[in-house]
Design a protein around this ligand. Sequence first.
Ligand SMILES: O=C(O)CCC(=O)C(=O)O
Ligand SMILES: [Fe+2]
Length: 303
Amino acid sequence: MSELRKRNKEHSRETSVVNKIDIAHNSPPANRNISLRVLSRVVVISSLLIVVYFSSKQENVKTFARQTEMIVGKGLVVECSPDYINEIVKFDECYPKECKRFVTDQVISAKEANDLLIIAKKGFLLGGSDGGASILDLHSGALSKGKYFINIYKMEATKDIFTDKDFNTLRVIKEKIKYAVAHHFSVNPNKLYLTSPTFFSEMTSKKPVTIHDEYWHPHVDKETYKSFHYTTLLYLGDYGIDFKGGRFVFIDDKLNRTVEPRKGRVSMFTSGKENLHYVEKVTSGVRYAVTVAFTCDKVFELK
Ligand SMILES: O=C(O)CCC(=O)C(=O)O
Ligand SMILES: [Fe+2]
């Protein structure tokens, strides 16, 4: 009897397991349809969110000057920041008609850019930062080397490395850029003075070692370099060909605008808060450029 009860009990345990399995397999089709519908909705909504996220990110960046385009002249007027206006108002005939950015591929020829590139490379061979950004200032002689700066004019071996022709090339190019700034901002070229620092830059994807290597931080030139009123950049290489990454980015309220470096391209802009910017990290190759700055204050003129 007890044997029979035990067998019955076992049988009932087995049956209950089988029943559970049956329930799972035979759940009503309506229930299964609901869970499938919920799952498919989750998949659709998440994909939509991903698409919206990425497209909104892309929409926030607009190419202002493409490397593949030959730009005769392209400008964008921006509202001058009060700081900038309050300062520049003291300087008669150097006050910009409008604050803006302007890009042109017609001021400096490819030959001139190549001549400058040879000068830059010759200079950087004497030094170079341990990190990803080096500068060479041929006015002061400052050159990045390791974690520091050296003065190339104080080194016996390197004193004569640059020829009169090199300095002449540099002078002609700076004059051309100065006249272009005067023309596009409607100011008197005789009231516009080259200022310091005016320098070659070399940027790579190397890991930064000192703060000077971190070229990708957003900044306002007027705050970084007090004497600047007009910043110009002359690019000596091509984005996407000589290097990847390294686009110049203007940060605006709703939209960032990029300038893709192109050999011989000159980008000029008023140096106040209206032109907050940064350079994207270079991801491969080497990016060469020249920063040529102008001031309205004769005290800061670079002779
Ligand atoms: O090289 C560039 O494109 C920009 C460099 C820069 O922002 C600067 O020199 O202040
Ligand atoms: Fe800058």
